[in-house]
Design a protein around this ligand. Structure first.
Ligand SMILES: Cc1cc2nc3c(=O)[nH]c(=O)nc-3n(C[C@H](O)[C@H](O)[C@H](O)COP(=O)(O)OP(=O)(O)OC[C@H]3O[C@@H](n4cnc5c(N)ncnc54)[C@H](O)[C@@H]3O)c2cc1C
Ligand code: SF4
Length: 338
């Protein structure tokens, strides 16, 4: 690991001030930049692998008192970005009103990691593409812009089939982000200019021609909270992986339904393990509105969710698998006892 300086923020203004000295674009996520440190479970791994080379770490954990609260006011949920994954997964109000959130967190990583890892760090975790994480490969456009993509003609079994570009096919690896997508969450961002909010769906950027730019956060900005309007008791997260524990998704679906007298009034579907960013299947979910749930409808929706999928040499199975995950996730949500 390369030498770096450790700073401990005392409050939000001091954290933001320290981070504002960061490089002028968020491409500096990989090299030389100043990085916030939350649980450290992604950041320190990548530093040990020499993939991320920050010169300064700003420890934001002293902000936990202010930034790890959970509030459920008038049916609206606010989650602090420094809340730990395990605490949110075990929260009975969240289990009752937003099972998709608790399921997505419980099915992620391991108990030890969930005890350390924060919600903000979780949504900002970086791809598990093996070529990205192994610096002996020079050709990775995300790590080394303009160098090519080793995965394109390499072993790409775990890579994405949705939202890809000719520059990068890396899968977004997290689980919780899909729950936030399905619940139309808003992300609260704290920076030098104060606090701003934006739809969570706008946080991650598809790779396009600049896979090294992964989010729309500005230099020095921190995620401080996530907000969700309304309660979604009929919601679920289904995750399929190579083994049943401690593994990233090959395909997952976060589903939220609002059903009245057997008719679907509102529906949201977000996909994980198959796309370059947390992926909302808007065209597919629209097919459910005003309908009664049934197997034929579920298959139609699943087909629509993967209409634009593009597979590479080793990952075509993800399209068939993803469709089954959507169908089964819908079935699971539609038949939940609430
Ligand atoms: C073996 C293993 C298996 C895993 N399996 C899964 C899995 O199945 N599903 C899953 O979802 N995840 C999985 N993970 C990922 C794990 O959940 C993440 O490492 C963790 O959630 C990151 O949170 P953290 O607080 O430790 O982030 P950190 O490592 O501290 O930070 C991650 C990144 O986010 C930045 N950051 C952190 N907080 C903020 C903030 N508030 N504002 C702005 N920037 C911030 C940091 O600078 C850094 O770049 C796994 C990890 C490991 C090591
Ligand atoms: S898929 Fe993306 S992250 Fe992986 S090698 Fe290609 S450019 Fe790098």
């Amino acid at each position: 690991m390369r030498p770096f300086t450790y700073q401990r923020a005392t409050d939000a203004p001091s954290a933001v001030q320290a981070l504002a000295a960061a490089a002028s674009t968020n491409t500096a996520l990989t090299d030389g930049a100043i990085q916030p440190l939350a649980g450290g479970t992604t950041l320190l791994d990548l530093m040990k692998l020499d993939v991320m080379r920050p010169s300064v770490l700003v420890d934001i954990n002293p902000l936990s008192n202010a930034w790890s609260a959970v509030s459920l006011d008038g049916g609206n949920l606010k989650l602090g970005a420094l809340a730990r994954m395990s605490d949110i997964a075990a929260n009975p109000d969240i289990q009752r009103n937003y099972p998709v959130i608790s399921d997505s967190l419980k099915l992620a990583a391991s108990p030890q990691l969930r005890n350390m890892a924060s919600l903000g760090g979780n949504v900002l975790q970086r791809t598990r593409c093996t070529y990205f994480r192994d610096v002996s490969y020079d050709n990775c456009n995300k790590r080394n812009p303009g160098s090519g993509c080793a995965a394109m003609d390499g072993f790409n079994r775990t890579h994405a089939v949705l939202g890809t570009s000719e520059q990068c096919i890396a899968t977004y690896p997290g689980d919780f982000a899909q729950a936030l997508m399905a619940l139309d969450a808003t992300v609260e961002i704290t920076g030098k200019a104060g606090v701003r909010s934006m739809p969570f769906a706008d946080l991650h950027k598809a790779p396009g021609n600049s896979p090294q730019i992964e989010t729309s956060l500005l230099p020095g900005e921190l995620i401080s909270a996530f907000s969700i309007q309304g309660r979604w008791p009929r919601s679920t997260y289904l995750k399929v992986r190579d083994r049943q524990s401690y593994e990233f998704a090959l395909s997952s679906a976060a589903i939220a339904l609002d059903v009245q007298d057997g008719t679907i009034r509102d529906s949201r579907i977000a996909l994980g393990g198959v796309a370059t960013i947390p992926w909302r299947a808007r065209e597919a979910e629209a097919l459910l509105k005003g309908q009664k749930f049934g197997d034929a409808l579920a298959s139609q929706v699943a087909e629509a969710a993967f209409k634009s999928a593009i597979s590479r040499k080793h990952n075509a199975f993800k399209i068939a698998l993803g469709k089954r995950v959507v169908s089964r996730g819908l079935q699971q949500a539609a038949t939940m006892e609430i």
